[in-house]
Structure formats: C-alpha cells, structure tokens
Design a protein around this ligand. Structure first.
Ligand code: FES
Ligand SMILES: [Fe+2]
Length: 328
C-alpha cells in the first residue's frame, strides 16, 4: 500500500509498556513495516527495522546482550543506533559499513510505547489526568480488529450506534436521537461536545457514576487528534468524571490494534478487571460490525457513503484527514 508520507511522520502506539519485557525483544508491524522494540539496561526503549542485514532474519526472535540486540540466526550484534558491532564468525575482520538496520523514533508515555517512522509532525496529546495520582488509570484491551485504524477510531467517535450496538450498556433504544453538536477544527485536532442519553449503569458492570438517575445523560467532551487518537473527558454534571484515551495502531490497511486507557476519580478500589471485562464486551460488539464494513478503510471521498447531519464528526474527520495529508 502507498501510505501518504505524513502517516510515517506521526507517533503511533505499538504496544503497552507491559508487553515489552526487559530482557526480550518484541516484534510488531506498523504501516506494513516489520519493527522490533527492545530495552537497553538504562531502561530506554528502541525501535528498529525487524530485519537482519545478513540473511533477512527477524531480529525480534533474538535476544539482548551487552545493550545490543542479537540476531537469532548467526548472533550478529546490533547496538542502539542499529549498527552491527560484532560478528562472531569473524571477530577480527572489519565490519562492513552496510552492516546496520534502520532505527526509528521511540518513546514511552501513558503506559504505551510509541514509534514514529519519520520525524514526528505532531506532538503526543497532553492528558494530565492520566499522569495525576488522584486519578486511577486502567489499561483495557488491546483490541485487534481486521479493519483499518481509521474505521476503528471512527467507530469510537460515532454516537448514533450506541442504542443499537450497545443497548443497556452505553445507549437506550428508547432514546436514539443524536442531539445537535458542533465540530471545530484546529489543525490536526477536532473538538466537539455532546450531552446525550445513555443507559443506566448495569448491575454486571457498575462502571459509570450515573446509578441514581432514572434517565441518565452523559456529558462528553471529545478531542480527536489526527490521525488515530481520541481523548474523551466525560461526566454527569457532578464531581465524578472519567477520561478515555483511545488510540489505534495502523498495522496494515485491513488490520489495527486499539489501546483504550481509562482514568477515573471515583471507585478507585474497584478491581481493574471490571472495566477491562466491560470494555471487552463493548469492543467485541463493535468489532463484529466494523469488520463487516467495506471498504475496510474509511473512504475519504464523501460521495462513497451517505452522510446525514448527525454524522458531522465523520464528515469533519474525512475533511481534516485529507487537509492534513493523512488520508489514503
Ligand atoms: S541472519 Fe542475522 S546474523 Fe545471520
Ligand atoms: Fe461502539
């Protein structure tokens, strides 16, 4: 696939921090590029092309030694800059200049490992609540879907489906009307707020702070950071609030992996599994529908689908992705 250059110049999540062990490389794909993530002793994370120059073996199958990544086939050693610094079969010979593998920008924040394949064009979103000790943070997923990251993130922004795909959990089929809202764009960030009907907290998943209201309404404030992240601050009019940070890893044009990190300033003693199991149910309900969408990628041409007024987020997403050079 010919992805636009700009997509390579964005930070993308590639794993939860906890998925990358101290002593073991981790292989994944980003925009169809095989990459390996590994940690050096100082704790730094490194990202490289997951390919040994010698015979094309995946370095992620290897191991870590002396702050180097060692190829599993003939044990050539690569340092944190991607240069091959030791060849056991010819220890005295000069190492050819070609003996290296490309490295990428790599950092760790919000419990995720982020990679940018080219110099990043945008900063990571700032989400102070996720770094505030008064907020309890729970990592849910990851959610691997057979769809493009654009479809997965668009599903997260969509209000119209709640009563139908998540009845009794996020929406109420008796109250399906989407209230009016306005989308504003500031460069690569779309903002919108909505007060919408929601379902009563369910007995099985008591995750929301709306239990004492008969017809609860949720106040949601969204910031959609192009291309595939969204920060949702929500509440019910009182002190209690939640923040959702959802971001999708574009693996290929029909494969993605979503990370959903949730912060709350209430029910901090509730076991993490309650929210994790709840989100697993929600994301599975969505997955079935989104994986059936054709094409697997959001079509950025308006004429290809039918948009109504309440689809303003979807329309603005298409427009903004195009304007920022991120659509394909
Ligand atoms: S293939 Fe990597 S060292 Fe030979
Ligand atoms: Fe959904």
């Amino acid at each position: 696939m010919n992805f636009p250059e700009k997509l390579f110049a964005c930070w993308h999540p590639v794993a939860y921090s906890k998925e990358v062990a101290k002593d073991k490389p981790y292989g994944t794909f980003l925009l169809e590029q095989a990459i390996v993530i590994w940690r050096s002793t100082a704790g730094g994370v490194h990202a490289m092309r997951d390919l040994c120059i010698h015979r094309g073996t995946a370095l992620s199958l290897g191991w870590i030694k002396d702050d180097c990544l060692v190829c599993p086939y003939h044990a050539w050693q690569y340092d944190t800059k991607g240069a091959c610094v030791f060849i056991p079969q010819a220890p005295a010979a000069k190492i050819p200049a070609k003996a290296k593998t490309p490295t990428y920008h790599c950092r760790e924040r919000y419990g995720l490992i982020w990679v940018a394949l080219k110099d990043p064009a945008y900063p990571l979103p700032e989400i102070p609540k996720l770094e505030d000790d008064n907020w309890k943070v729970v990592q849910t997923g990851p959610f691997e879907w057979k769809s493009d990251a654009s479809r997965q993130v668009e599903n997260f922004t969509d209000f119209g489906h709640f009563p139908w795909v998540h009845p009794g959990l996020l929406g109420d089929p008796e109250r399906p009307v989407v209230p009016d809202y306005k989308v504003t764009r500031n460069g690569a960030i779309l903002s919108y707020s909505v007060v919408r009907p929601e379902a009563q907290n369910s007995a099985e998943f008591p995750v929301f702070a709306n239990s004492d209201v008969v017809k609860p309404e949720r106040r949601s404030n969204y910031k959609l950071h192009l291309p595939y992240s969204i920060v949702l601050n929500l509440g019910w009019g009182g002190e209690k609030g939640m923040v959702y940070f959802f971001v999708s890893q574009p693996i290929s044009p029909n494969k993605c992996r979503g990370y959903c990190i949730i912060g709350r300033n209430y029910d901090k003693d509730e076991p993490d599994t309650v929210l994790q199991n709840f989100e697993q149910v929600i994301f599975d309900q969505d997955k079935r529908v989104v994986e059936s969408q054709r094409p697997e990628q959001v079509p950025f041409d308006f004429a290809e689908e039918l948009h109504l007024k309440f689809d303003a987020v979807a329309m603005n997403y298409r427009r903004a992705m195009k304007a920022e050079g991120l659509s394909y």
